[in-house]
Ligand binder design. Structure first.
Ligand code: NAD
Length: 370
């Protein structure tokens, strides 16, 4: 390109939390869940196309911050996500996230999106995708253990996609259960608040554990289980953080997203290294058996895999374009000559530089730039 010509506009689509809420309201939650399951399933079925790795984590006494990269030949994606179970005491969510899509050929940033809401949507969709393959088709009731930020999403994904009509709820924080019941009162669901995990699990077809705490907890005991149950274990998702009595995994068949990651992070971390598990994509592809009979206990040991975020980010990007939601942002300088990055600084121009003055500008900065 000759100097002076206008370069390609390098614009990135930015989706805020409000944008994603608008997309969900305009398309409908049921539609979003069903689309998420469809795109995720299609992506799991092309498992071999992806360059996969376990996520990269940094731990602190209160939690974890993780980066979750994945790519196929066309698109690169990553998610930044934290897990800090004590955050709600500070008025902060336990899980907060954002993510990126980029073009593999050029590295151009296509999308930067919120992923806090989208993680809740995609986690519930992944749980439903697994349960559709693993739970008994006649399941109608679910125990929901842990009634925090993720819980409504799980409840409604199972309602819409598996026909769950009865929810049995437990959380030691009764306010969390009240919030969940308030949020779900408009839906066609029977809701029972229970006084213990045992009471919630009794008689349920599916048990979802989605609790947040530190340590190797055993929220669910093996003696609470009945033949034929499907366990959707979502909250045990990093080293040293579990929810299930380890003997539960020996009572049934265990299914995982990406085995190397789940061995370190899932309920599987408390089993020997050669404990047999099946990756979900193999069941979806017909290469491995899912549930074999109505009496079997099936366990989805979910930790959250980068492919689910790749699928969700692409769906949100497509829905945003269709609905014309979001903002184009200039995160990369637009250059007339792509080799003249320095010129973009415009240091020799005598005109006053326009500087951002916002809430984060200190008094000294205001004096300089104002
Ligand atoms: P949250 O803090 O909003 O809610 C967690 C709830 O668990 C709280 O209400 C808390 O009182 C409850 N709880 C704690 N101990 C309990 C127990 N023994 N029995 C019943 N309830 C108990 O957190 P959240 O955003 O809803 O996330 C829940 C968990 O799910 C976290 O551990 C998070 O890391 C995990 N998560 C996993 C995935 C995944 O893909 N597998 C995705 C998102 C979140």
């Amino acid at each position: 390109m000759k100097t002076g010509q206008v370069s390609h506009r390098i614009q990135t689509l930015f989706l805020s939390a409000q944008d994603v809420a608008v997309i969900v309201r305009r398309k409908g939650l049921e539609f979003c869940f069903s689309q998420l399951v469809d795109v995720m399933r299609a992506d799991f079925l092309r498992w071999a196309d992806f360059d996969k790795s376990a996520r990269v984590a940094r731990y602190s006494p209160n939690g974890v911050i993780e980066l979750m990269p994945i790519a196929d030949s066309k698109t690169y994606s990553f998610k930044y996500v934290n897990g800090h179970p004590l955050n709600t005491q500070l008025g902060l969510p336990t899980v907060m996230a954002f993510g990126v899509l980029a073009d593999m050929n050029t590295g151009t940033l296509e999308l930067i999106s919120e992923l806090t809401l989208t993680t809740a949507l995609r986690t519930a969709a992944a749980s439903a995708l697994a349960a559709r393959a693993l739970a008994r088709p006649d399941c109608r009731s679910m125990a929901l253990i842990g009634n925090g930020a993720q819980s409504e999403f799980q409840a409604l994904a199972f309602h819409y996609l598996l026909g769950i009509r009865e929810l049995r709820l437990f959380d030691p924080d009764v306010e969390a259960t009240r919030k969940l019941m308030r949020n779900l009162q408009a839906f066609d669901l029977g809701l029972t608040a229970c006084d213990s995990v045992g009471e919630a699990v009794r008689g349920a077809d599916i048990v979802t554990t989605i609790t947040a705490h530190s340590g190797l907890a055993e929220v669910l005991d093996a003696e609470m289980l009945d033949a034929g149950m499907h366990i959707n274990a979502v909250g045990g998702d990093s080293p040293g953080k579990t929810e299930l009595d380890p003997s539960i995994l020996r009572r049934g068949q265990v299914f995982v997203e990406y085995e190397p990651q789940t061995r370190a992070e899932g309920e599987l971390q408390r089993q020997p290294g050669d404990f047999a598990v099946t990756e979900l994509w193999r069941v979806l592809a017909g290469q491995a058996k899912g549930r074999v009979d109505a009496q079997q206990i099936t366990i989805f040991d979910s930790v959250g895999f980068a492919l689910e975020d790749y699928s969700a980010l692409r769906l949100m990007r497509d829905l945003a374009r269709e609905l014309e939601v979001g903002q184009a942002i200039g995160i990369v300088p637009e250059l007339a000559d792509p080799k003249d990055l320095f010129g973009y600084l415009n240091l020799l121009n005598n005109e006053p530089q326009r500087a951002y003055i916002g809430p984060l500008c200190s008094q000294t900065e205001k004096e300089v730039c104002g």
